[in-house]
Design a protein around this ligand. Structure first.
Ligand code: ADP
Ligand code: MG
Length: 629
């Protein structure tokens, strides 16, 4: 193990390294820096996120360029604006004693004129996203015809994001005799192609095994019913009071939704996805960095820029479509030598994906159970006790002490502690007191969208009969959307929907029975009463096939996300444009379907005898948490 001195770095750089508090080089730095300093060679380095790649190319580049010249000598391409800014900042720190150094960041979403002005002042190093870089080249705002060094940082990500053509275009404006240094976490075909095409006899460096995920990260999965996903997420967060996490969803819409739900439930959460403006994204990232946000919910694309140390947990709310992407997700934690946990909330239909990921990361997942209500209550109580124990006393209270003491004159210490704790603690206690076990055992039947549940045995569900069916323009999906909409239920609260010609069946949890029946006592649609009754049919006949089909549909539509809102039960919410869009859509559906001929309606107007009953309770049963600062 060498020191930074031994790598051959100049005193200016070594001084900066001391200021930064880096004590010894990381593996990729140890391997890359000496060769890059010594030789004018191309380089391909495979290293995970968080292994210190910026310094691995940054120090050699800073040492090799001529600071006294104002010519652009180094070009670093990176996939996102966030990364671009991070690299720029890091390089400025590394080069703080290099007088006259000018590093300029070039990225979309900001004034191109201002960036051009910065470049014109004489930027020895440009750090750019491919899109904006190409733009600037086309407008003759930069000159990269004399660069000596080009870096392709996070090459796999850039190619994933479709920058192949931009990159090749940009490189065609650079001289042939430059050196190219390519850094990537993984080595898919496309990266190998780029390496072949643009590099000559590169030095190859691999840190750790190829495609192996960071060693400080442990991997866990939690098997739950698909409809319990959101509850599971909350429990995982609640069981880790000090959590500082990134939650990954597959679609922008799910990302927005999950974040909104968490915020509504009192968590300090924020969303990061491509539908937000650059300004909104910057604000969210800033709050996350400052720890005002404890849980950042993000899409894969948006999260590429996340380069925050100390993330304790990565939670895969849904698994990515490509198992390779998992590596990028889990690499957000366990950075800079810290440990981290990557958790996957998985439903039974996806369990095989765990196996393919294990093959890629060459590590085993540990199967764990979603913490029980009792566990969480205990963890929260102890966290609270610790917090109180370590809180610095505010002596402003002293002057009120007498009156407070008076009030508690008859209360002994134990009693007082209990009362005091109850103030904060009751919320959790009340919520989790009657909570059920969310973990599913691997041997039970499939749970696709709640579809394959074993109705014969289940006592927690109610099966209903409803007097609308295919003739009314419903299929199982439309009926489910309709029910979920009018009853204001979450996606997974209605399941086992089985649509027949002129009537249908569906299930909810037994707890919702009262609400469902009450709602439909007097529900008229298109001047016709929609009637719902508890069915004697437990759902065994005919349902199986339909449900299997549904499972397939679900998987196919996974990426669209329109049926992936995970509203907790009984929750009324008005937020989210996605939500509203969905509503509009089902309204459309309804007007379509009700224009259908309804002549032969067997169960028409069999309106109920329950009409007198009052509207059911629909209050949310979730705990409100105090927002953390
Ligand atoms: P990568 O590009 O491989 O994802 P970064 O270059 O962003 O990793 O480095 C990750 C973090 O580790 C940064 O905060 C960086 O300042 C820090 N770091 C880099 N090199 C060292 C080192 N030798 N010792 C301690 N911390 C380091
Ligand atoms: Mg990096």
């Amino acid at each position: 193990m060498s020191t930074f001195q031994e790598l051959g770095l100049s005193q200016d750089l070594l001084n900066a390294i001391t200021d930064l508090g880096f004590t010894k080089p990381s593996e990729v730095q140890e391997k890359a820096i000496p060769v890059l300093l010594d030789e004018e060679r191309d380089l391909v380095a495979l290293a995970q996120t968080g292994t210190g790649k910026t310094a691995a190319f940054g120090f050699p580049m800073l040492q090799k360029i001529d600071i006294n010249s104002r010519t652009t000598q180094g070009l670093i391409l990176s996939p996102t604006r966030e990364l671009c800014l991070q690299i720029t900042n890091e390089l400025k720190l590394y080069g703080k004693y290099c007088k006259g150094l000018n590093v300029v960041a070039i990225y979309g979403g900001a004034s191109i004129t201002e960036q051009a002005r910065q470049v014109k002042k004489g930027a020895q190093i440009i750090v750019a996203t491919p899109g904006r870089m190409k733009d600037m080249i086309n407008r003759n705002l930069v000159d990269i015809s004399k660069i000596g060094y080009s870096v392709l940082d996070e090459a796999d990500e850039m190619l994933n994001m479709g920058f192949y053509e931009d990159i090749t275009d940009i490189l065609s404006f650079t001289p042939d005799d430059k050196s190219t240094w390519l850094f990537s976490a993984t080595m898919p075909k496309e990266v190998a192609t780029i390496a072949k095409k643009f590099m000559y006899d590169p030095i190859e460096i691999t840190v750790g095994n190829k495609n192996e995920s960071t060693s400080q990260v442990s991997h866990e999965y939690y098997l739950v019913n698909a409809r319990d996903r959101y509850q599971a997420l909350k429990r995982l967060s609640d069981a880790n009071p000090e959590i500082f996490s990134v939650v990954f969803c597959r679609t922008k819409r799910d990302t927005q939704k999950v974040a909104e739900n968490l915020i509504e439930d009192g968590y300090s959460a924020g969303a990061l996805h491509g539908d937000l403006s650059q300004n909104q994204r910057d604000l969210v990232m800033k709050s996350f960095r400052n720890r005002q946000i404890q849980t950042l919910v993000a899409t894969d694309v948006a999260a590429r820029g996340i380069d925050v140390d100390d993330i304790t947990h990565v939670i895969n709310y849904q698994l990515p479509d490509e198992p390779e992407i998992y590596t990028h997700r889990s690499g957000r934690t366990g950075r800079a030598g810290k440990t981290g946990i990557s958790m996957v909330i998985v439903s039974k239909s996806e369990i095989r994906k765990i196996k393919s990921i294990e093959r890629i990361i060459k590590k085993q997942f540990e199967k764990k159970d979603i913490p029980s209500g009792t566990d969480i209550v205990e963890v929260q109580l102890m966290a609270l006790a610790n917090k109180i124990h370590t809180t610095e006393t505010n002596h402003e209270i002293d002057k009120h002490l007498e009156s407070i003491n008076e009030l508690f004159a008859d209360t002994n210490k134990d009693e007082l502690i209990k009362k005091f704790f109850s103030v904060e603690f009751n919320r959790f206690y009340n919520y989790y007191q009657k909570s059920k076990d969310l973990t599913v055992s691997e041997s039970r039947g499939s749970d696709r969208d709640g579809g394959g549940r074993d109705y014969g045995k289940s006592t927690n569900d109610t099966r209903y009969f409803i007097n609308v069916g295919r003739k009314d323009g419903f299929d199982w999906m439309k009926l489910k959307d309709f029910l979920k909409e009018v009853l204001e239920l979450g996606r997974d609260d209605v399941f086992k929907v089985d649509v027949k010609d002129s009537f249908s069946f569906f299930n909810t949890e037994k707890e919702l029975q009262e609400k469902v029946l009450a709602f439909f006592t007097d529900y008229k649609h298109d001047s016709r009463f929609v009637n719902v009754e508890v069915s004697e049919n437990r759902g065994r006949s005919g349902g199986g096939r339909r449900d299997r089909g549904r499972g397939r549909d679900d998987r196919r539509s996974g990426g669209r996300g329109r049926r992936s809102d995970n509203n907790p039960r009984g929750d009324r919410r008005s937020s989210g444009s996605g939500n509203r869009r969905d509503r509009r859509r089902s309204d459309d559906n309804r007007s379509d379907r009700h224009s259908n001929d309804r002549a032969d309606r067997k169960f028409n107007d069999s309106r109920g005898d329950r009409r007198s009953s009052e509207s059911s309770s629909s209050t949310s049963d979730r705990p409100r948490r105090s927002r953390r600062r």
